[in-house]
Ligand binder design. Structure first.
Ligand SMILES: CSC[C@@H](O)[C@@H](O)C(=O)COP(=O)(O)O
Length: 362
């Protein structure tokens, strides 16, 4: 792995979290934002695994894209392999990369897609170089499709944003978490482009501060009116009548419409309901997991205690104290006003409306 700052930051176009560099994956180190803009050059699947696990890249769609490129890097490590060995390498890489984080279903969705593509390619009697090129094309397609999907989510959600509105969001579901535009932030970028005037309240999102470090940064760079809140201020801001909608992203939606997203989202949803504020979830179809029946079946990642006791290098709790640090929570479907997808906006009953989204796909 090597580091560099060779992709210039341009305030008018959002930073790209991931791009293919010819023989490596260029990954923006999101742990260092907003103070430093550093792109890492990753040459191995192990480096990609570590990048996902340590949250250098994070956000459900982005980790799926990163993992897809990780499979490409694994395959490229054996230029002299036979096709059957090549296939085995790609399968092992998929299984390995799937262990990097447990909650965001986009990771498994992207790896399943790469596994299926590798299986098809291995039967084509192409050279290993040609197989690798085509595997790379699949990873590129996953990335390009995500950009298009996010744009469409933004277009569908655009009518929800009106002049003078206040919108609260939690964590970061922006361009940094996706190929471009984001999911929850996509309509905000589009509304801004369309001259609609609105305010965003960004929860700082303890303990990793994706709201403060990433959402506030992204929106500020785009010239969008953003106000940063500590998480415990959302109730007061809502009670003042400053918030007309909540829009968040998601890591996995179960078949019944329960929504896993960054820890604290459930609390925001309860507050929104108490104040009569609609709570919207922006989600690509790749984040909807019909094979998981309810939110209780979604695996919730628990992360290191140090994220809470000495986040960002400063000890803020006594040594040895017990800590519970789940990275996500589940918002029950009854709090979800609507789910905004690239195929349109759906509402309860979610067990039917989510299934219909996929039925239309056939
Ligand atoms: C479009 S990103 C949607 C979600 O992945 C996002 O809201 C979120 O919870 C990210 O969590 P993170 O732990 O930063 O990967």
């Amino acid at each position: 792995m090597s580091t560099g700052t060779d992709q210039d930051f341009n305030a008018s176009s959002p930073l790209s979290s991931l791009s293919w560099g010819g023989d490596h994956l260029l990954m923006l180190d999101q742990r260092l934002l907003p103070e430093e803009i550093v792109f890492l050059k990753l040459y191995t699947a192990e480096e990609v695994w570590e990048g996902i696990h340590s949250m250098k890249v994070r956000g459900a769609p982005a980790i799926g894209i990163a993992a897809a490129y990780g499979v490409v890097l694994a395959a490229r490590a054996y230029p002299g392999a036979l096709p059957v060995e090549w296939l085995e390498v790609t399968r092992k890489a998929c299984a390995y990369l799937a262990t990097s984080r447990p909650t965001a279903v986009n990771l498994f969705w992207a790896l399943d897609r790469m596994k299926e593509k590798a299986g098809q390619l291995a039967n084509t009697a192409s050279s290993i170089a040609a197989l690798n090129e085509q595997l790379l094309a699949e990873a590129d397609a996953i990335r390009a499709e995500d950009e298009e999907v996010c744009r469409r989510i933004g277009e569908h959600a655009l009518p929800l944003i009106q002049d003078g509105m206040g919108i609260l969001t939690h964590c970061n579901a922006g361009g940094l978490a996706t190929a471009k535009y984001g999911t929850a932030l996509a309509p905000m970028y589009l509304a801004h482009e369309n001259g609609i005037s609105f305010k965003v309240f960004a929860d700082e999102t303890r303990p990793v501060l994706q709201g403060a470090r990433l959402t506030a940064f992204e929106l500020q760079q785009a010239g969008i009116d953003v106000t940063l809140l500590a998480d415990n201020m959302a109730a007061m801001v809502m009670s003042k009548g400053w918030v007309q909608a909540v829009i968040v992203g998601t890591d996995r939606i179960a078949a019944n419409g329960d929504v896993a997203n960054k820890i604290g989202t459930y609390g925001v949803a309860v507050l929104a309901k108490a104040h009569g504020i609609p709570f919207y979830v922006a989600s690509p179809l790749s984040t909807i997991d019909l094979s998981t029946p309810t939110g209780q079946d979604i695996p919730i990642e628990e992360r290191a205690a140090e994220e809470i006791t000495e986040g960002f290098g400063k000890r803020t709790a006594p040594q040895g104290v017990k800590v519970f640090n789940p990275a996500f929570d589940v918002t029950p479907n009854e709090y979800v006003t609507a789910i905004i997808t690239e195929k349109g906006i759906v509402q309860a009953p979610y067990d039917e409306s989510l299934k219909d989204l996929f039925a239309d796909n056939d």
